[in-house]
Structures are given as C-alpha cells and as structure tokens.
Design a protein around this ligand. Structure first.
Ligand SMILES: Cc1ncc(COP(=O)(O)O)c(C=O)c1O
Length: 492
C-alpha cells in the first residue's frame, strides 16, 4: 500500500519539483564509494524520468521517456492483462534507488515445489553467515535434526544433504544397493521411473512394477510379486509416496505391509509427501525415507533429507558401491560433531530452523488437515467448472492436483494465459502428460484464499481459451468447502 507521503513524492518527481535528494547526497556523499555515486541528476524535463544507469563502473543519469514506462502492460504489474490503466513508475522517480529497478511483483506460485517461502524464512536466510565448523552451527544442526525427526516420526538417524531431492534419491541407492543387486521399483509416474534410472545407473538389476499413470500402486500386486520371490533375491523395494507428476498418493502403509517379513529394504521417496501428509517412518517400518526442502518445508530448493533405519545401516555395511559426496557413513561421522561432511547451504538450514518452528506452532496434524482441505477445495472447484482431475478421489494427492485440459485446448495454453494475465504459476505435465494436464500445487505455505484466487483466475482463463465456464461456479464450490471447515469441524 502506497501512503500519501510517497504519492506526493511521486507527483513531485513527475513534475520535476521533487525536493527529495538521493540517499548518497543526503549523507553528504559519504554513503557510497565515489565510483558508485551517480553525478547530480539533471533537472527533470516534464516528459522524461531520469534513471541512474551504470556505465564503465560509474552511474550516470539517463533520460527515460515517461510514456514508455508509464504505459507498461498491467500484466507485468500483476494487474489485468492488456490494459494500460495503471501508470508504472520507476522507483528512482522518487527514491533514486540505484540498482533495484523492478517493483516487486505479486506472483501466485502454485507449484508442487518450489513452493512460496514465508517472509519469516526469507528473513532467517538473510542472517549473517556463520562458521559451519563452529559452535553456532553445531547448535543449529542439532536443533534442525531433532525437528526433522519429529516430522519423519522417527528415532532413526536423519541427515541433511545440500542437494536437490534427486540427490537424496541417489544417496538412497548409492549407499544401500550394490552392483548386481536385484531391486524392485514400484512406479506410478515420473519419479518412480527416476528411482529405476538411478538404480540402473548404479548397476542394480532393476525390475519394475508399473501402474498406469494417474492410478496408485496396488498393494496386492506388490504382495504377489514379493511372494513369488521365494529365494528372497530382491534386496530393495523402491516406492514413491506422493507421485508429483500425476497427483497421486500411494498407500505407503499398505505397500509396506505387502512385503510381510521379506528382508528387502523398503526405500521411500517422500520428497513431495513428507510434512504434507501422513508418514510414519518407525511405525510403518520404512527403512529409508527421502524428502526435500522446497516442498512442505517451505524453504527454497537446496536441501534434501534422508532418514536411515537400522536395517539400512546393515545393508550399508555390506554395500559395494562407491560414492563420495553421498557417503552416508561420512554424514554419520560428521553428525557426531554437529556438522555435515561438506559445506552445507547454511541459509537454507537457518530457514529450516524457522520452518520447523512454524510447523510446530501449526501442528503436523493440522497441517495435514489443511492440505486435505486445499485438495478438496481444488478438486471441487475444478469439477464444478466442468474439468476433470487426472486422479480418482480415493488416491488424490493432498499436495498437488493434476487437471486434464478440456478437449481441444492445450494444457500449456491455459498455463500460459494464467501466467500472462494473472501471474498465476501452475506446473505443466511431464513427459507423456506434457500439454495434456496442468498441475495446481497446494503445498506448503498456501491457504484457502490462494486456492480461491487461482480458481477465479482459471475460470476467466478458460473462458478466454474458449471453454465456457459460468463465472464463480468453481470459486463457489471451493468457498463452500472452506466455509464448511470454518463453521463445521473447524479449520483443521
Ligand atoms: C516425488 C518427487 N521425487 C523427487 C523429486 C526430485 O526433487 P528435485 O527436483 O529437488 O531433485 C521431486 C521433485 O519434484 C518429487 O516431486
């Protein structure tokens, strides 16, 4: 919100009557080294604005035609596309800001990762750097590991890698599977297939148990395959908890139970599941679980987490694979000193500490309930508009909803218009689902109003794309879910 004081200063700047002096002048020229100080700005002509532009290491004021900047399409400002109703003003018109020439833009980041980052976490990331081999980091490391164990619901070891989620997936293969080992990969989409590719790369004999994309894995089919392995040759079973590419959640508990007393390790990718939906590492006997920072943890990308149980440690002791960065033994040794083997992404770990506090304050069960509610709002909303979700209700993910594009309309066209007109970012389909679906993330730092906003935008965009939707239909359906939660069982 711009206050009247600032507006006055804007007006003065536009009329060339501003008395506001740049910060470097107000500080008597002392606040910037000479090379970075702009010369005095020339008097503003009424039709031009002066912008400081860096040339050969020095700032010079350059005239910029007002009209060209004032009549930017509003879509660039998060407003209605195609209109030029709101003037866009350079910030230096009134503040003489030197380098930051972009107004902050409001974006609806509705991805299943990276997810929006709460301002509190961003502030935590801006703290001064600390020594990753010093006492402050040790305390921070202990704090976040304890917090992570609460989320994994485990007493097992938990480690942090400075890596994307795929890094922890690779670690889950490299540390526990030897070349030549038989492994079974249960796949329902892109990320199940990724586990298979990694295991193949590390020399495992990979057998896949594939299910149609958009459906969940059938625990009975897994039980049958496991039963057929009379010689107990399968060393590990890999499963995706929440298949982000299709918006389907597997019944992890039932899949684990399907193994019975077969000795294979049960290795889980819960990169987009952990923290948004139920997962009980210890109660369900999950040997290895991996997760990532840019999902329910609300942190920018850069960290992945791995929980390692006792049976996995036994497998590690016998593992013949070579790895260096992913070596979990090295992680264990370093953790004893409150460290990581290699320099970690300290800002992300600072944000993690803050995120864990936020998660504790809201309560994990309440967070799960919020995600279920957002799923319900999204699904009811899109169905009311006449769209179809890819996944059936019973297996639908609480983190992301994959929506089939209506006949004759490309999913990517819908995404493009959502972005252009409303600054709404939704994910596209991957691989064989490219251009067939779009995916609305409702993961992490997301509330009811964001879902309502996105559905409202989607209704307008669908109409623009030629799919007639009665305005407000989807929004109303979502509001009803939200209201029922408010007045009925409570919000969570
Ligand atoms: C289920 C699942 N597994 C693994 C990954 C890979 O994570 P990253 O992209 O951080 O490597 C993702 C990312 O979206 C995911 O959703």
């Amino acid at each position: 919100m711009i206050n009247s004081n600032i507006l006055n200063r804007v007006k003065q700047a536009m009329q060339g009557t501003s008395k506001v002096r740049p910060a470097w002048q107000r500080a008597g020229g002392r606040c910037k080294p000479a090379s970075r100080r702009p010369e005095s700005p020339p008097k503003l002509a009424p039709e031009t604005a002066m912008r400081p532009i860096k040339e050969n290491g020095r700032f010079r004021y350059k005239p910029v035609k007002r009209m060209s900047v004032a009549l930017r399409p509003a879509s660039k400002m998060g407003g209605n596309a195609g209109t030029t109703s709101r003037p866009r003003l350079w910030r230096e018109d009134f503040l003489y800001a030197e380098e930051d020439e972009h107004m902050e833009e409001k974006q609806y980041l509705m991805l299943p990762g990276p997810t929006p980052v709460p301002p509190r976490l961003l502030r935590a990331m801006a703290k001064p750097m600390i020594n990753h081999r010093g006492p402050e980091f040790k305390a921070l490391h202990e704090e976040v590991i304890e917090g992570l164990k609460e989320i994994f619901r485990t007493k097992n070891d938990v480690f942090i890698y400075t890596a994307a989620g795929t890094g922890a997936m690779e670690a889950a293969v490299a540390n526990f599977v030897s070349p030549g080992d038989k492994v079974l990969v249960v796949s329902i989409g892109v990320f199940g297939n990724r586990f298979a590719s990694i295991a193949e790369r590390f020399g495992a004999q990979v057998e896949k148990l594939d299910f149609t994309w958009g459906t969940a894995a059938d625990p009975e089919a897994l039980a049958e395959r496991i039963k057929a392995d009379e010689k107990k040759e399968i060393k590990a079973v890999f499963v995706t908890h929440n298949e982000t590419s299709t918006g389907v959640t597997n019944d992890l508990k039932a899949l684990r139970a399907a193994l019975g007393d077969h000795p294979a390790l049960f290795i889980v990718d819960s990169v987009s599941g952990l923290g948004a939906m139920e997962l009980e590492t210890d109660l369900w006997n999950l040997d290895v679980v991996v997760a990532g920072s840019q999902k329910s943890f609300m942190i920018p990308p850069g960290l992945s987490f791995i929980a390692v149980g006792p049976r996995a440690w036994e497998a590690r002791a016998k593992c013949r694979n070579a790895c260096f960065y992913w070596d979990i033994e090295a992680a264990r040794k370093s953790a004893e000193k409150g460290q990581t083997p290699f320099t970690p992404a300290i800002p992300q770990i600072m944000a993690l500490a803050e995120a864990l506090e936020m998660i504790r304050a809201e309560g994990l069960d309440n967070i799960f309930a919020r995600h279920r509610r957002l799923r319900e709002m999204t699904r009811r909303g899109i169905k009311a508009m006449g769209l179809k979700p890819l996944a059936a209700d019973e297996v639908a993910s609480a983190a992301v909803t994959a929506v089939l594009a209506p006949d004759g309309i490309e999913a990517n066209a819908i995404r493009k218009v959502l972005l252009k007109e409303f600054n709404v970012v939704v994910a596209g389909g991957q691989q064989s689902l490219d251009n067939k679906i779009f995916r609305i993330g409702h993961l992490g730092y997301v509330g009811d109003l964001e879902i309502i906003a996105v559905l409202a935008a989607l209704e307008m965009v669908l109409n623009r794309c030629g799919f007639k939707v009665e305005l407000g239909k989807g929004v109303k359906a979502a509001q009803e879910v939200s209201l029922a939660a408010l007045s009925g069982e409570g919000r969570a």
